[in-house]
Design a protein around this ligand. Sequence first.
Ligand code: ADP
Length: 519
Amino acid sequence: MSSSLRKVSLLIITIIVVPVLIFSVFEIGNYRQNEKVIQDIYKNQLDAILFSINQYSDDIISNLASRIENSTNNFKPDTGNDLSKTMNEMPAFLCIVQFNNKQEILSTIPGSFSNNSIIGEMVTYLTDSAKTIKQLQTFMESGYRKIEPIGNTTKNMQWIVFLTHLNEREITNILVIDPEKFISQVLDPKIQEIAKGKFDIAAYRSGEDLPFYTAMKKSTSRKITNREPFWLFTNYLMGIELKDITIADLTKERIKRNLIIIGLMDIILLSGAWIIYRNVKKQVELAQLKNDFVSNVSHEIRTPLALITMYIETLEMGRVKDAGKIKEYYTIILNETTRLSGIVNRILNFSQIEGNKRKYFLHETNLNKVVENAALTFRYSLETKGFVYSFEPYKNLPSVLADSEAVTDAFVNLVDNAMKYSPSIKEIAVRTGRDDGYVYIEVEDHGLGISEKDQKYIFDKFYRVTETNLANKVKGSGLGLAIVKHILDAHNGKINVKSVPGSGSLFRLSFPVKQNNQL
Ligand code: ADP
């Protein structure tokens, strides 16, 4: 890895990957804690609603206490007053019994109430609960009337004790309520208003699972676990839950949603980091390839130029007299010039391709002819380098629509490579043929071969295989196969390679027989 790529990778890891991972691990680690915090928040909100219902019940009784105080101060026992009316209107209020501080009964409302056994129990209670009454007095002295439910009353009947004043004297009132009627008749409108279809609010007898009252009217199959006691009714509980979903489900759903969002965010950020890394890597590699290209090409140009200069200087000095030697020198100069113009042409071709300026002129072309004509240009070079060259033309090969000059360029490139990368077995076989709607030229050598991994990249511009020693020594620009591929693409053709490292390579250029698109 080059040092600039390493720096970029480190930067990406530091500013994207590490923070994302830390955040995710932290969030997932806090999953349980978050769940509990959210559950607590929801529970507190629900409890606040139950609190308001309790507060409302307390207000009703306080209000009643104030009215008792007002009416008893103008008490006229025989004329049914407001209070008796209220008691009649509220069937949940069974009776109020008033005592003086000697536990003597003063009055009952309604006046007709005369259940002696209950009254007897009340007197016993008052005698035994001097401490509670004392507390109520203390509250009263500080200006607050405390409403106190009495614990051990039976179901369906709740006693509530509070103090009032009658002409400066303290009166102890015991209110007897039917809790179930109170909840389902007096509290119901308030509960309905609070529930507003969003909450299940229900009332339970303690120890029972099923409610005797629900705000929804229809009995719910869900068990409400969040229950709180009624302040005023010692044997009753009320429960609350969100209507369609439990708090636990809601919390789970919320956490799940958050985890999904975190997961998606991670995927997006990490993919982004990966894409940035890939792009930078590509750019760095391309920059590296361009550097190599410049040094390779400079070398490729410098070598023939040096040879040409050397031989021309020798000839110019007139020291070589032997006609054979002079001809040999001229041949070398010609060969090196051809090589030089080949390199320059390749670079020009490539720059035309890069600028999308290369034009192709299509006409009926016979690939056998292309091979035969091109062979004339490289035959001499093949022979001097000791290559055995063979050509097997396919008989009656259909012609294709092609730019013969471009096809020649492509073919010569393949033969050039076959020569460059065949250090020991110097055999090059060229064949033409037909295959499934295509006609082809193939060039086979028994040279270095190309690994499967490199086969994927050899058609990329500037790409050169640099693993084996020889491939390193052989100079090239890395442009040849990129140009060949472009030519084939422009003809709607294909280029295939079969190669085994150490055994040789076979390149095939295929051109479609039938229609070629307009280029
Ligand atoms: P170059 O100028 O390097 O030859 P090319 O684009 O023509 O550029 O080829 C790319 C690479 O593919 C070469 O560097 C070489 O390693 C590999 N290659 C191409 N043809 C052959 C072949 N016939 N045998 C072995 N390797 C080859």
